[in-house]
Design a protein around this ligand. Structure first.
Ligand code: IMP
Length: 207
């Protein structure tokens, strides 16, 4: 079976990819190929960051590889926090307390308080870019979910900015909707579905 590296050590993401692709590809994590470096993500876009990770694996291990990068983009903030979503509070001098996710949401809401909102909140979208390097060719798969940031945190599920994000067409936050619904409509699910469709096609044509 064809080996394909997913340049991640995130157990949840690896499990999701395994469930979709394990019948066609031998999916390996960074740890499984002996890559123990924290691959730098210094790009200005999700696409650059995802490709940086895929390139690193190709260069150092010579294997077909894909990587993802995601984040939240808020319209009133010109697309911020974007590629800085994971470290937004730290960049504004806040310590990761009580948790990194809480601190990130607090900083974002503090900033947004200065901007006018519509009757739901502030327009925003979650985005994922997956970069695939397959047989020397680069391919990109983008997933987007539009919605709003609301002024107060609601719900206990998910992670990151989920308690303050209400996807379009829903009244509950990602943290209230639960994993079953979130995993059907999320930015990541949409990007992964495109990647899976592409790879299924590749594996049919290679037979
Ligand atoms: P990553 O590239 O998937 O690690 O995502 C980077 C950061 O974006 C995370 O640390 C979160 O702050 C934020 N983020 C990405 N996806 C989600 C999501 O589905 N819900 C909430 N926050 C997210």
């Amino acid at each position: 079976m064809n080996t394909l590296v997913f340049a991640s050590n995130n157990a949840h993401k690896l499990e999701e990819i395994h469930a979709i692709l394990a019948d066609k590809f031998e999916i390996k994590s960074l740890k499984e190929i002996g890559c123990n470096v924290d691959i730098p993500e210094t790009g200005a876009t999700f696409r650059e960051n995802a490709m940086q990770k895929a390139h690193y694996v190709k260069e150092h291990f010579g294997l077909n590889c894909f990587a993802d990068d995601s984040g939240l983009q808020v319209e009133a903030l010109g697309g911020q926090p974007g590629v800085y979503s994971a470290r937004y509070a730290a960049m504004h001098g806040h310590r990761d307390e009580p948790t990194k996710d809480e601190a990130n949401m607090d900083v974002l809401l503090e900033k947004l308080a200065a901007f006018p909102s519509d009757d739901i909140g502030w327009k925003a979208s979650f985005r994922t870019c997956i970069a695939l390097l397959y047989e020397g060719e680069a391919h990109y798969f983008d997933g987007i979910v539009e919605g709003h940031i609301i002024p107060e945190k609601r719900g206990t599920g998910g992670f990151g900015y989920d308690p303050i994000f209400v996807p379009e067409g829903y009244t509950q936050t990602f943290a209230e909707l639960g994993n079953d619904i979130k995993n059907n409509i999320s930015h990541r699910a949409r990007a992964v579905a495109q990647l899976a469709a592409f790879l299924r096609n590749v594996s049919i044509n290679e037979k």
